[in-house]
Design a protein around this ligand. Sequence first.
Ligand code: NAD
Length: 328
Amino acid sequence: MCIIVTGGAGFIGSHLVERLLEDGHEVVAIDSLWTGSTKNVKKFEENKNFRFIEHDVRHSLPNITGVTAIYHLACPASPDHFEESPIEILETCFVGTKNMLDFAVGCGARILIASTSEIYGDPKVIPQSENYWGNTNSFGPRSCYDEGKRITEALAYGYQRKHSLKVRIARIFNAYGPGMQLNDGRAVPNFIVAAMKGQPLTIYGDGSATRCFQFVTDCVAGLNALMNSEYSRPVNIGSDVETKVGEIAEMIVELVANKVGSATRAPVNHLPARQDDPYRRKPDIGLAKDVLEWKPVVNLREGLDVTVNWFLEKEQKSNGTNGTNGHI
Ligand SMILES: NC(=O)c1ccc[n+]([C@@H]2O[C@H](COP(=O)([O-])OP(=O)(O)OC[C@H]3O[C@@H](n4cnc5c(N)ncnc54)[C@H](O)[C@@H]3O)[C@@H](O)[C@H]2O)c1
């Protein structure tokens, strides 16, 4: 089977490519390298089943034959990008997704769309099940992403109905793990990098907001299970273990302090909560358990331990080679 992964040089995409290659598939990763990096896919270079195409999905795809499945992940996911590039993100969500759906129709492939918990906005219902319609702001700093992802779902639904396309929709909740960019702008890498440098960890709000963090291999297993299922409506893919952001910061400070043997613990700097940032976020994953027989298996401390080790190794390599200030 030839499988396309758009966003294949990104964080989740590169882990997905790894899993698909391990399973013996031929994989084509398509990525514009906007927020991803060829460093994430360098390790697959020697694999004859792997091909990388640098391409922006906002433009029509080059000819690729024999494609049976498409994982469409291409889209920035960090709030830093929402503020910098709202129009480009909206274009990626609409034009990019439309191009991939047209491509899927053309080659008769099934397609999985990476949607997000952000389509629930700042939820009024806890936990969020797939039947909850959300509480989003269409006119604010996060709207390009929240509404952009809502339109990807609406497009996917249109193609399913009009072209009988086999569409799978994964509503992904916060994922973390090795392979995130140091300057990514999301909570886990931000906290780890600050703790490694002994600098204050920045928390937006008082730290009582919650998230449910899933380790990236769990997320990839969920995407894989969904792609291979016959379920054609949206499915939440996430951990349902809710943790306060302040507690996650504490865990990371402790892990880093133990590993680097430093007695100094990085302090915490509180900034005002970001506008429209959800206060509580927790998925109901009953549907995924039922229809995919999937649930996350890596607990937070275990996953953070692996992630911190990866960041520390990267920093050591970077200092040992070119001293590039840890950029990976
Ligand atoms: N990581 C999470 O916690 C999370 C949560 C919910 C949803 N998601 C979704 O999962 C997907 C992957 O997220 P990620 O965390 O790996 O982010 P990421 O930024 O690491 O990866 C996204 C990849 O897409 C590429 N890309 C972006 N726009 C593109 C375009 N127009 N054309 C081609 N390539 C483009 C980037 O260069 C990058 O490699 C995204 O669609 C995101 O919305 C992620």
